[in-house]
Design a protein around this ligand. Structure first.
Ligand code: CP
Ligand code: NVA
Length: 305
C-alpha cells in the first residue's frame, strides 16, 4: 500500500486485511497499549477545513503507535495559494514520514500523492472520505459480525461521505441504497462505477422517496445537508431536505435492530433528531471512536515496515 486516497484503490481482500488489522490494534490498545511500531515517525496533518474527529483520531493514533503528528491549520499552509500543492508535497516529504490532508478539491489530494515521496492519506475532499468509510464498515462489522449481505441505506445529500460509504459497502458485498432529493443525487456515473466494484452480488439502488429506501434496511446513515464549502447554499438546502430527516418515523421502516450511523458533526434537528441520535439504534459514538482504530490500521500499513 503506497497511499490511502480512495476506497476504490483497494480490493475486497485489501479492505478485509485493513479491517482485521484494525480489530487487532483495537484489542491491543485496550489490553495495555499498542506497540510503538511508528517510533520516530511524524505525520503532517494539512487542514484546509475544520475538524474534530479527523484531527484528534490521527493525532492520538500516531501517539498510541509511538509516533507523533503535526497539525497545520488552514491559515498556515495556504495549499495551492501561498505555495503550489506540488511544492508543499516536496517540502513536507523532507520533514515528515507521511502526509494526511483535508482539502476542498480532490485534485489536490492527487497532486500531493503525485509529488510527495512519502505516503499521502485523504482526510476528506469534495469527492470522498475514505477514512470515514473504513471506520463505518468496521462499526457495521462489529455489530453484525459481517458486512456482506447487509443492506445499508444512506439518506440525504449524495456527497463525499455517501460516495465512499457506497464504495466500501459494495466492495465488501453489502447492498447500498441511497435516497436523495431531486437535484442532489449521486451522479449516475458514480453509481455505475460502484457497481463495477461490487462483490457477492451486492446491488446499488437510488431512490427519491426515502421510505422504500429505508424499508427493512440493516444500517441507516445520514450526514449534514450542507457540507463544508457549500455554506452559501444553506438556506436553499434547508428548504429541500426536511423530508430526508432521520427521525423515529423514518427509522420505524427499517429493520427492528437497525443500526443508525452518522459521520458527525451532526446538525441535530436537521438531518437527524435527538431522539434518533441518542436512541437505541444509535451507534454514533462507537463509530466516531472507530475512526482512530481504523486509521491506526492505515498508518500501520503505510508506515510500520
Ligand atoms: N467525520 C469527520 O470527518 O469529522 P471531522 O470533520 O470533525 O474530522
Ligand atoms: N459531508 C461533510 C462531512 C464532514 C465530515 C463535509 O464534507 O463537510
Amino acid at each position: 500500500m503506497q497511499h490511502f486516497l480512495d476506497i476504490t484503490d483497494f480490493s475486497r481482500a485489501d479492505l478485509e486485511d485493513l479491517l482485521q488489522l484494525a480489530v487487532e490494534l483495537k484489542r491491543e490498545h485496550f489490553a495495555g497499549g499498542n506497540r510503538p511500531v511508528l517510533r520516530g515517525k511524524v505525520l503532517a496533518m494539512v487542514f484546509q477545513k475544520p475538524s474534530l474527529r479527523t484531527r484528534v483520531s490521527f493525532d492520538m493514533g500516531m501517539r498510541h503507535l509511538g509516533g507523533d503528528a503535526l497539525y497545520l491549520s488552514p491559515a498556515e499552509i495556504g495549499l495551492g495559494k501561498r505555495e503550489s500543492v506540488a511544492d508543499v508535497a516536496r517540502v513536507l516529504s523532507g520533514y515528515c514520514q507521511a502526509i494526511m490532508a483535508r482539502v476542498f478539491q480532490h485534485e489536490h489530494i492527487l497532486q500531493l500523492a503525485q509529488y510527495a515521496s512519502v505516503p499521502v492519506i485523504n482526510g476528506l475532499s469534495d469527492a470522498s472520505h475514505p477514512c470515514q468509510a473504513l471506520a463505518d464498515v468496521l462499526t457495521i462489522q462489529e455489530k453484525f459480525g459481517k458486512v456482506e449481505g447487509l443492506t445499508v441505506t444512506f439518506v440525504g445529500d449524495g456527497n463525499n461521505v455517501a460516495r465512499s460509504l457506497m464504495q466500501a459497502c459494495v466492495i465488501l458485498g453489502a447492498n447500498f441504497r441511497i435516497a436523495t432529493p431531486p437535484g442532489y443525487e449521486m451522479a449516475e456515473s458514480d453509481l455505475e462505477n460502484a457497481r463495477k466494484f461490487a462483490t457477492a452480488g451486492a446491488t446499488v439502488s437510488a431512490f427519491i422517496d426515502p421510505i422504500p429506501a429505508v424499508e427493512n434496511a440493516d444500517v441507516l446513515y445520514t450526514d449534514v445537508w450542507t457540507s463544508m464549502g457549500q455554506e452559501a447554499e444553506t438556506a436553499q438546502r434547508l428548504q429541500v431536505f426536511p423530508p430526508y430527516q432521520l427521525n423515529s418515523a423514518l427509522v420505524s421502516h427499517a429493520s427492528r435492530d437497525a443500526q443508525v450511523l452518522h459521520c458527525l458533526p451532526a446538525h441535530r434537528g436537521e438531518e437527524i433528531t435527538d431522539e434518533v441520535a441518542d436512541g437505541r439504534h444509535s451507534w454514533l459514538f462507537p463509530q466516531a471512536e472507530n475512526r482512530m482504530h481504523a486509521q491506526k490500521a492505515v498508518l500501520h500499513q503505510l508506515l510500520a515496515n
